[in-house]
Write a protein that binds this ligand. Structure first.
Ligand code: UD1
Ligand code: CA
Length: 458
């Protein structure tokens, strides 16, 4: 089998994005553009993957640090795509086999197409095979100029004649090269064009001039080779990614009431018979079980949700987990490792941070529960607040099984409310409350009779 080496071009500035962020770090489907490309590349199990970085190379390298096998070469200054590929010579010079060139700004290319590309390239024995597509609007792309059936050369949009601009077959910027002789060929490319850049597509005419054959692979699905150069194209590709995910989930039995306003990242898993209402975002590494209802205006990030869970309108749930049959919201905020156990309920205007709410426990209205371990069948009254921060550090609150916290209570941590204990309404709890006891701190009520009438007379 021939060795496969993959190079990803990502050194360009992405001027048309008008951004302080490098183009390849803009996100679609929750991931930077280049992350999509790397994942596809990795799925082919190549002998090496090299990213050519340049503009804000440190930011790009940092964003990709989770790929330890990825090697980087820096292209500085950026003199064009042929020059970019040539900068990999020091790391690939000794290698033999096939080099597949990908673009960091073309995120939807499939592994399947790349397999077809390497198969075709290796069977034909030509030095270069280029991936092309026939599109309605070819503006901006390099055009494939054929003589008869054969590809003769590629001409960039800026350098093309009117006649060439009418060609609808375009260069995707994706190629397979035979490594043997490639770098020598690249060194013979000149920057004689409108942009004074070294154009990689010129290698086609160069090889043809030397009497070599050149192959093309036409992809039918033009979405695969969409390059992103502007914010509008970023939005277009984002829509394609979402549509695919929604279609996949609906085919697997998830109801999505309004796919146009539903934003589900590619890595999310959802069980059948779950209903997702309009205007919902489900992001990152989130898993949702079967038979759940996710109502409008909800955002869920990196969380795990069991079966038959109801998330009412306008909840924000990040890095949290909800056990089967839990109910939360409307207007709840669960974050930083919140756990809502089986059958537990969280109501409106309740925030849980790094807190476990035990099985069957309830916090139905207006509460802040932070750094708390709450047992089973506990009732948290409206307006309960764990005072978890003393200005220096965060402290724990423990509330044992069956305890009852009356409304408008403050639990000053660190503090423990024992099993079955009661806290009276409006109590500021500063000391532990033993199991089975009642804690009250509000003073005796004073009632001044006829006070209103007397006040008016005076
Ligand atoms: C390129 C092709 C064009 C093709 C199109 C497909 C050239 C000259 N043109 O045009 O034929 O139709 O892609 O999308 O190749 N890059 C570097 N270093 C550089 C220049 C660019 O790493 O010096 C990188 C960019 O970051 C980008 C990729 O190469 O990831 C393509 O560059 P871009 O400027 O987007 O080329 P296009 O004008 O789109
Ligand atoms: Ca491009």
């Amino acid at each position: 089998m021939t060795d496969l080496h993959i190079v990803i071009l990502a050194a360009g500035k992405g001027t048309r994005m008008k951004s302080s962020l490098p183009k390849v770090l803009h996100r679609v489907g929750g991931l930077p553009l280049i992350e999509h490309v790397i994942r596809t590349a990795e799925s082919l199990k190549p002998a090496s993957i090299t990213a050519v970085v340049g503009h804000q190379s440190d930011a790009v390298k940092t964003a990709l640090r989770r790929h330890p096998a990825l090697q980087f070469v820096v292209q500085e200054p950026q003199l064009g795509t042929a020059h970019a590929l040539l900068t990999t010579e020091p790391v690939l010079r000794e290698k033999r086999g096939t080099l597949v060139l990908l673009s960091g700004d073309v995120p939807l290319l499939s592994a399947n197409t790349l397999k077809k590309l390497t198969d075709r390239h290796e069977r034909s024995g030509v030095p270069v095979t280029v991936v092309t597509a026939v599109v309605d609007d070819a503006t901006g792309y390099g055009r494939i100029v054929r003589s008869g059936e054969k590809i003769a050369r590629i001409v960039e949009h800026r350098d093309a004649t009117d006649e060439e601009r009418a060609i609808q077959e375009i260069n995707s910027g994706i190629y397979a090269f035979t490594l043997d002789g490639l770098f020598d060929a690249l060194k013979n490319i000149a920057a004689e064009n409108a942009q004074r850049e070294y154009y990689l597509p010129d290698v086609i005419a160069l090889y043809r001039g030397r009497g070599h054959g050149v192959e093309g692979l036409i992809v039918a699905d033009i979405d695969e080779i969409r390059g992103i150069n502007s914010r509008a194209e970023l939005a277009d590709v984002g829509r394609i990614v979402r549509d695919r995910k929604n279609a996949e989930l609906m085919a697997a039995g998830v109801t999505i009431e309004d796919p146009a306003t539903t934003y589900i990242d590619p890595g999310v898993r959802i069980g059948p018979d779950t209903v997702v209402h309009p205007g919902v975002s489900i992001e990152g590494a989130t898993t949702i079980g079967t038979g759940c209802a996710i109502h409008s205006g909800v955002r869920i990030v990196d969380s795990t949700i069991g079966d038959r869970v109801t998330v009412n309108n306008h909840c924000v749930i990040t890095e949290s987990s909800l056990a089967p049959d839990a109910q939360v919201g409307p207007f709840a905020h669960l974050r930083g490792g919140a756990v809502v156990s089986d059958g537990a309920r969280v109501g409106n205007f309740v925030e849980l941070k790094k807190t476990t709410l035990g099985p069957g426990s309830k916090a139905m209205h207006l509460a802040y529960l932070g750094d708390a371990q709450i047992g089973s069948k506990v009732n948290i009254g409206a307006g309960t607040i764990t005072c978890n921060y003393d200005g220096v550090k965060k402290n724990q609150t423990t509330i044992e099984d069956g305890a009852f916290i009356g409304s408008d209570s403050q639990l000053v941590a660190p503090v423990t409310i024992g099993k079955g204990a009661y806290v009276g309404s409006g109590t500021t709890v500063r000391e532990d409350v033993p199991a089975g006891s009642l804690a009250v701190s509000a003073g005796k009520q004073r009632t001044l009779e006829d006070w209103v009438a007397k006040k008016k007379r005076s």
